[in-house]
Design a protein around this ligand. Structure first.
Ligand code: MTE
Ligand code: MOS
Length: 761
């Protein structure tokens, strides 16, 4: 069992999150936003006089206080920190600093803002109709699409709406900033991307990056929501600290967090799909429109990833997929576990079901026979050399779940659904695959650094560029360092992530945290190991190559030469350097943006999921009876953590696809701001039977210790639940379940009754 490196702190309630740092800074000021009630408006005037007189209020931060740039946009300058034009309901206009949070709240209520309201674009389809886009279309294509569609044996076309998702990390956005005596700004931030936070804070303050240090000890969840969107809060805290000389804390309430920060992109898809009478894919033409919200943020790479995954695991000879980032007056939608991949995959899985229902063939057969073979390439030109793994994962999932036998049993059960003891319920079963590309599609981001320090007593500190958000990265890093240095994990201390230990880091994202930072840490540890081996070999007059370092000692065969500590002490007195940096850059990846072709991914992660549900058409409610997952994590560094990622990712995906329903009111204000109105999955929604199996004997070549990324791919396993629900609806109506996502109980209810089909959508 691999124990999470902070397990004890977590369960004893002593792990510190950013807000808890105020325990050490009792005089920190609290910042509170004044949020716009309008989705689109001009700010005509701001009157802060009353607020400034209010008890405890120290200062109101406005645009004129910004010494550097009044903008925190990461892709372009489109996110003013203190805006003149309001672009979404809830946008922060100014921030009030006070001695207590309550005083800051009252102060914020006393700020008078005069607005001139303008007409907002709130609906994705309105944005498409009006041509409200952030950027040019992104396209990937191969073959001759129009001809192939024309000649297709069967042709289907239609549309699909896919809802967004609130991250609902347990810890909302938080930053604490303070100055040191030399004017260096220290920012503790709940951020997945400390280097970018450093960059944006420096930009807002108008200072070089060397004047700003960003630290992230841990996050209470990020899920992509803190990849780019922590920067404004860090900037407000830093600006406040600079102007007042006091530490400043920004910590959002849940309702502030959900109304200020971006979510998973809602998508609208338009498709034309051609296939043979045997169910072989011939051609796919797909237009994906993403609701990017008010600013560009990460929307372009997110839409790209949706296009990269619009094939999922299937070879489609002729393909043309086009993506557009639409501009609406909403929060700026952002990274969320899977980064657009899930939306792309929901569409193709929907279509595999459509093909099966059209041809009246079993969906699982249609899916499997369209899998890539190892000679084939994707629509962007990457060969799927280990496509055999997809088949292996799939076959194991079928076998372990007794898929065929249960399909029969379910058929028998459903035939009896009118039986009083079945209470009209019907069951649905589905299996869906996951093939997910690992690497940042922006090739330059695929680099990482580390700094490993061995002290004279043989104890070890590891610094690396990745951040801990509950995914267990630090635990994996600890395991990698321990394995390389031949030490027990307790001897390795993983330090908080800081920009002054490892510079120019990438976001901990794209599931690459352990591949990249683990690679860098291993590299640093190998350097140190080599130096120590040299010292030991020299002293014992032996060949370095004949020595091993394991179990805390240096060995020559079975003979223990020195303990690790003895070797370290000796190295010190011989003036051998006992610390090292390490670096890793993913080899053999490239991407030509213009041609939309290349080898953007180091490898693919594979998984398959079987889900069985029971639907009550009277209420639309369902229960997930059983889930069987087979997932490929290579040689797991920490099996219990990987299992946790698979279970957690699956449940999070299931919530997105079946429960979580973002709603905005007529003015564009988010209506589902809290857990009272936004339905999150709980333990009660977890499958009654939940089997997770890690594929065995599949070390991933070229990745640290044969391991494999696991953070995002399992989320998409939950598409099996959506497809199982559609299977039940199909059983009830005899028609292809042409339902949007999420399939909430309302959607199931209307779709299950023939008369009411298509009412929602
Ligand atoms: N797991 C937990 N518990 N909390 C999180 O915030 N984020 C996910 C995933 N698993 C997340 C998580 C996302 S979006 C990503 S990209 C990866 O973890 C990032 O970490 P890794 O690259 O180290 O896997
Ligand atoms: Mo994860 S969406 O790449 O932070």
């Amino acid at each position: 069992m691999s124990k999470h490196e902070s397990a004890w702190l977590h369960v004893s309630g002593t792990a510190r999150f950013t807000e808890d740092l105020t325990l050490d800074h009792p005089h920190a000021l609290h910042a509170y936003p004044v949020q716009s009630p309008h989705a689109h408006a001009k700010v005509l005037g701001i009157d802060t006089t009353l607020a400034e007189k209010s008890e405890g209020v120290v200062r109101v931060l406005t645009a004129k206080d910004v010494p550097g740039e009044n903008d925190t946009g990461i892709s372009r300058r489109d996110e003013p920190l203190f805006p003149e034009t309001i672009e979404y309901a809830g946008q922060a206009v100014v921030w009030v600093l006070a001695k207590t949070r309550e005083q800051a709240r009252i102060g914020a209520q006393l700020v008078k803002v005069e607005y001139e309201a303008m007409k907002p674009v709130l609906d994705l389809k309105d944005a498409i109709g009006q041509g409200s886009f952030h950027s040019a279309p992104i396209r990937m294509a191969r073959g001759s699409i129009d001809q192939a569609l024309e000649n297709a044996e069967h042709l289907k076309e239609g549309e699909l709406d896919i809802g967004g998702q609130e991250h609902f990390y347990l810890e909302t956005h938080a930053s604490l900033a303070k100055l040191d005596e030399s004017g260096t700004m220290y920012v503790h931030s709940s951020t997945q991307h400390p280097s970018e936070t450093q960059d944006i804070v420096a930009r807002v303050l108008g200072v070089p990056r060397s004047e700003v240090i960003v630290q992230c000890t841990r996050m209470g969840g990020g899920f992509g929501g803190k990849e780019s969107q922590s920067n404004p809060y860090a900037s407000v805290a830093a600006l406040g600290a600079k102007l007042t000389g006091k530490p400043v804390l920004v910590r959002l309430s849940r309702a502030q967090d959900t109304t200020l920060s971006g979510k998973r992109h809602p998508f609208h898809a338009r498709y034309q799909i051609g296939f043979t009478s045997e169910g072989m894919l011939q051609a796919l033409k797909l237009d994906l429109f993403a609701d990017g919200g008010y600013s560009l943020d990460l929307s372009e790479p997110i839409v790209s990833r949706a296009l990269f995954h619009s094939d999922n695991a299937y070879f489609i000879p002729h393909m043309q997929v086009t993506g557009r980032v639409c501009k609406t007056h909403k929060t700026s939608q952002t990274a969320f576990r899977g980064f657009g991949g899930p939306q792309g995959m929901v569409v193709i899985e929907h279509l595999m079901d459509l093909i099966a229902r059209t041809l009246n063939l079993p969906p699982h057969e249609i899916r499997q026979k369209n899998f890539y073979t190892p000679e084939q390439t994707t629509h962007y030109g990457q060969q799927v050399t280990d496509a055999w793994k997809m088949n292996r994962v799939w076959e194991e999932a079928l076998l372990r779940s007794h898929y065929l036998k249960r399909a029969e049993e379910i058929r028998a059960f459903n035939a009896q659904s009118k039986n009083p003891q079945n209470k009209n319920r019907v069951r649905g079963l589905a299996i869906t695959p996951v093939k997910f590309g690992i690497s940042f599609t922006m090739t330059a981001y695929n680099q990482a650094g580390a700094l490993v320090l061995i002290y004279q007593d043989g104890s070890v500190q590891v610094n690396h560029g990745g951040t801990e958000m509950g995914q267990g990265l630090h635990t994996k890093i600890q395991a990698i360092a321990a394995k390389t240095l031949g030490l027990p994990t307790e001897k390795i201390k993983v330090m908080p992530t800081r920009t002054d230990k490892v510079p120019n880091t990438s976001a901990t994202a794209a599931s690459t945290g352990s591949d990249l930072n683990g690679g860098a840490v291993r590299n640093a540890c190998e350097t140190l190991k080599d130096r120590l081996l040299e010292v030991v070999a020299k002293f014992h007059k032996l060949e370095k190559a004949h020595l091993t370092l394991t179990d805390g000692a240096f060995w020559h065969g079975l003979e223990k030469l020195w303990t690790f500590e003895e070797a370290v002490r000796s190295a010190y007195y011989q003036r051998v350097q006992l610390f090292s940096d390490g670096f890793y850059a993913t080899p053999n990846i490239h991407w030509d943006r213009e041609k939309a072709a290349g080898r953007p991914f180091a490898y693919f992660a594979y998984g398959a999921c079987v889900a069985e549900i029971e639907l009550d058409p009277v209420t639309g409610m369902h229960q997930v009876l059983q889930v069987d997952i087979v997932h490929d994590v290579g040689e797991s560094l920490t099996p219990s953590i990987d299992r946790g990622q698979i279970e957690g990712g699956f449940i999070q995906g299931m919530g997105w696809l079946t429960l979580e329903d973002l709603r905005w009111n007529d003015t564009g204000m988010l209506a589902t701001r809290n857990a009272s109105t936004y339905k999150l999955p709980t333990l009660m929604d977890a499958p009654d039977v939940f089997n997770v199996h890690l594929l065995e004997n599949v070390p991933q070549e070229g990745v640290v210790f044969g391991s494999k990324a696991v953070g995002e791919p399992p989320l998409m396993l939950a598409i099996a639940v959506r497809e199982a629900l559609k299977d039940a609806i199909h059983t009830l109506t005899g028609h292809f379940a042409d339902v949007p996502s999420p399939i909430t109980p309302e959607v199931s209810f209307f779709a299950s009754s023939l008369k009411k089909t298509h009412v929602l959508g």
